[in-house]
Design a protein around this ligand. Structure first.
Ligand code: HEM
Ligand SMILES: [Ca+2]
Length: 296
């Protein structure tokens, strides 16, 4: 059972240490807050929020970093290491990497202008990872609305949670390989917007695959409700994004967030708390890793 006061006596400095370590990293590169938020999502969707994604490949351990959704894509691990080091200095051997990641995701969102919330704590770190879980359970950007809803439901998250959590795409960048089909082959996209992106993302598979574009064209470093405005304008970068506003069951919720940033923030926080509760290791299960990249 996770709780907001889990480290109240064992590490009262936790959030201060996280913030102090994260702030200079985000000042150097604002994107890193987005990258860490995504790490938390990809961790929680595989074996629950247990730091499994943070493990490097090792003999006898096939990690998640080279699974399709993460390979050449998941980033920010060096900053998670720096935050963990700061936390270890304040409270040696007390706070799990899974909790460091949960707290860092929140602080990163807050540093970019988004909401703050009370993060539930008490997760422990896995001694295993699941390459197959990462390949199969994390939704790909080719997904339609039904598939997105199904993959979130498999983690105990509702379609409402899914739509609110997708607002995370108000920050950060994506690679051409993930939006090429959408800008060349889909019809539910603003023609001018598609044309601009085509200049950065060549049609031929293999050329410019890693070229980057912002998920939110205007403000990729500010956490607000712009993502939903983009959806209504048919200016979303990923096929899966536009699926949330396509004449289907999610349209009304998208419109609600366009009209009310506070409604978006409230539902995003609720979704983050629920996502952070996905099958955690607690009690005496798992361990408190010293180094997030390997088991003790
Ligand atoms: C709904 C299903 C989702 C799909 C299909 C999806 C897919 C993607 C893809 C394809 C990228 C670009 C990766 C790359 O090109 O390297 C991306 C980036 C990102 N995603 Fe998602 N995502 C989803 C949900 C979420 C959720 C729930 C969160 C967090 C709460 C999230 C946070 C992010 C962030 C912040 C980035 C930018 C990362 C960076 O700049 O390093 N996504 N996502
Ligand atoms: Ca995990």
């Amino acid at each position: 059972q996770l709780s907001t006061g889990f480290y109240a006596s064992s590490c009262p400095e936790l959030l201060d240490a996280v913030r102090s370590a994260l702030r200079p990293a985000v000042a150097r590169e604002r994107r890193v807050a987005a990258s860490i938020l995504r790490l938390f999502f990809h961790d929680c969707f595989v074996q629950g929020c247990d730091g499994s994604l943070l493990l490097d490949d090792a003999s006898g351990l096939k990690g998640e970093k080279n699974a399709a959704p993460n390979k050449d894509s998941a980033r920010g691990f060096d900053v998670v290491d720096a935050v963990k080091a700061a936390v270890e200095k304040a409270c040696p051997g007390v706070v799990s990497c899974a909790d460091v990641l949960a707290a860092s995701a929140m602080e990163g969102v807050a540093l970019l202008g988004g909401p703050r919330w009370k993060v539930k704590m008490g997760r422990r770190d896995s001694t295993t990872a699941s390459f197959n879980g990462a390949e199969n359970d994390i939704p790909p950007p080719t997904s339609g609305l039904a598939n997105l809803t199904r993959l979130f439901a498999a983690k105990g998250l509702s379609q409402k949670d899914m739509v609110a959590l997708s607002g995370a795409h108000t920050i950060g960048l994506a690679r051409c390989t993930n939006f090429r089909d959408h800008i060349y082959n889909d019809t539910d996209i603003d023609a001018g917007f598609a044309g601009t992106l085509q200049q950065r993302c060549p049609r031929a598979t293999g050329s410019g695959d890693n070229n980057l574009a912002p998920l939110d064209l205007q403000t990729p470093n500010v956490f607000e409700n712009a993502y939903y405005k983009n959806l209504v304008a048919k200016k979303s970068l990923l096929h899966s994004d536009q699926e949330l506003f396509n004449g289907g069951a999610a349209d009304a919720q998208v419109r609600e967030y366009v009209g009310s940033q506070s409604a978006f923030f409230a539902d995003f926080v609720e979704g983050m708390v629920k996502m952070g509760d996905v099958t955690p290791l607690t009690g005496s299960n798992g361990q408190i890793r010293k180094n997030c990249r390997r088991v003790n």
